[in-house]
Design a protein around this ligand. Structure first.
Ligand code: MG
Length: 500
């Protein structure tokens, strides 16, 4: 049975038969931890809209990104492939990076465009800019783009620091690079970006895209990778100073407000019953930022590490009248979004090695996951070491561990960069259902049952790695300051003259 027919039967079973293709809204937070949302137990976060999606939709407890840092995680989300295949390793891309997500990779947007979808991205791309802007989203299947093409701290951010003092925006960023540009499609329309008006612009762009697509009766895909809640936090007048949680809470509130605007627009345009809304985050919280970083809840460590706090993320699926409310403990990943969306849109899967599985049984039947294992590549992925950890069912084995600068300041000494690379032979093994915080490694001695589990994990790891072909590293191609986006390319002296 084809995916499309299967999806139709499932949807009909829930009373949502429709001849038109479903729309997709993919919401992606930045450095938001497992414990940061109200619906994941945070006591003072104000996330009214996300909490509503969680209550009325399906909330995941065991959902993973593929990397503890931004660019690789986003490459996997959009391609359904581990970042090592596409070459988005080690670490992240920079404003002057020579490389980017290779154009021969097939993104969700390209899959859907071939099915007649209108496609847009609003927010943080972070998959390359490059010579002649050849790595921008418009080259990867997106019809429309408004956003900053990388992290908003990858520039001096001078209008983001605490000025004027009555505006709640905080932090210091990379000096020596160009100020961060705001890009519309392929053109710089503002440099530096005005952060205090940015979210309003994003919200308007997203809602107008939905309105236009609905008017044209064209199926659509909106990808909103927010800059919130990455450090340094900012918030416009609708959220600044209005949360209970300081700058991080304000930034999260502003993200939540935009999500509320998008949801109201889906309702007002009458497409809410034909739209799958997915929410997740790219990696764990930046604990080095203390109260300006996020929170991984009861999970160990955060951003930059292959402990659970680095890669296990909050995730929600919502489809009014189609997805029954509930909580799922099934294993799922950002990798699974491309196959799921492709199936629902009646599209063929890209003819490459994919690492994702469709989640339709989980979403529409509260059924079992097709995913049996999750692989953990470190922030600085390299072929020499390969996987740092593997989860199989409820068990996770760490073959290597290493702390990270992003997870500094925690009392747990395994998290910061001072926890140097450690090889574990035998591997550390945890039962993540009994011990989600990875506190108590299971003993192997006199435990043939645990030894058998470990052998099984080793087998899965060996089979996976035998089929892993590392793509050429795009990040190791280096940087060239001349490639940094500049609205006034002939000006001098750079980077300060890039100001429009
Ligand atoms: Mg991130």
């Amino acid at each position: 049975m084809s995916y499309r027919r299967f999806a139709c039967l499932i949807l009909c079973a829930f009373g949502a038969c429709s001849a038109s293709k479903p729309n997709f809204v993919l919401l992606f937070a930045d450095d938001l931890g497992f414990g940061d949302l109200g619906c994941y137990g945070h006591p003072s976060s104000l996330t009214r809209n996300l909490d509503r999606l969680a209550v009325e939709g399906l909330r995941f407890t065991d959902f993973y990104s593929t990397s503890p840092v931004c660019s690789p995680s986003r490459a996997s989300l959009l391609t359904g492939r581990y970042q090592t295949r596409s070459g988005i390793y080690p670490g992240v891309l920079y404003p002057g990076s020579i490389g980017g997500l290779p154009l021969n990779e097939t993104t969700i947007a390209e899959v859907l465009k071939a099915q007649g979808y209108s496609t847009a991205i609003v927010g943080k791309w972070h998959l390359g800019y490059g010579e002649t802007r050849k790595f921008l989203p418009t080259k990867q299947g997106f019809d429309h783009y408004l956003g900053i093409p990388y992290s908003h701290d990858q520039g001096p951010c001078h209008n983001l620091t605490c000025f004027p003092p009555d505006i709640k925006c905080f932090g210091f960023c990379d000096v020596g690079a160009v100020t961060v540009p705001l890009i519309h499609n392929e053109n710089i329309i503002q440099q530096p970006a005005n952060f205090l008006e940015l979210e309003k612009a994003y919200s308007n762009f997203g809602t107008n895209f939905i309105i236009d697509s609905a008017k044209k009766k064209q199926p659509f895909f909106l990808y909103y990778p927010s800059h919130h809640t990455h450090y340094p936090q900012f918030a416009g007048s609708g959220a600044a100073g209005r949360s209970l949680r300081g700058p991080f809470g304000d930034s999260l509130l502003e993200l939540d407000n935009t999500i509320g605007n998008l949801m109201s627009t889906l309702e007002q345009t009458g497409v809410i019953n034909n739209t799958l809304v997915l929410f997740a985050s790219d990696n764990g919280p930046s604990l080095m930022r203390e109260s300006h970083g996020g929170n991984s809840g009861l999970l160990k460590c955060g951003k930059g590490t292959t402990y659970e706090g680095g890669m296990r993320e909050p995730a929600i699926a919502y489809w009014q009248g189609v997805i029954k409310p509930g909580v799922t403990h099934e294993l799922a990943s950002t990798l699974d979004i491309l196959p799921t969306i492709a199936g629902l849109a009646g599209a063929a899967l890209p003819s490459v090695m994919l690492d994702g599985f469709d989640m339709m049984d989980i979403l529409f039947k509260h059924g079992k996951s097709k995913r049996k294992a999750m692989m953990y590549y470190p922030m600085v992925a390299e072929e020499t070491y390969g996987l740092f950890a593997v989860r199989l069912g409820k068990y996770k084995a760490h073959f290597y561990t290493r702390g990270a600068i992003h997870s500094a300041t925690t009392p747990d000494q395994d998290c910061p960069a001072t926890a140097v690379l450690k090889t574990h032979n035998p591997p550390l093994i945890f039962d993540l259902e009994a011990d989600p915080s990875e506190c108590y490694p299971l003993p192997l001695k006199d435990r043939p049952d645990i030894q058998a589990v470990l052998e099984q994990i080793k087998k899965v790891k060996a089979e996976f790695e035998a089929n892993m072909v590392f793509g050429q590293s795009q990040i190791s191609r280096g940087t060239d300051p001349n490639l940094e986006p500049c609205c006034n390319p002939e000006c001098s002296p750079k980077p300060t003259c890039c100001h429009c």
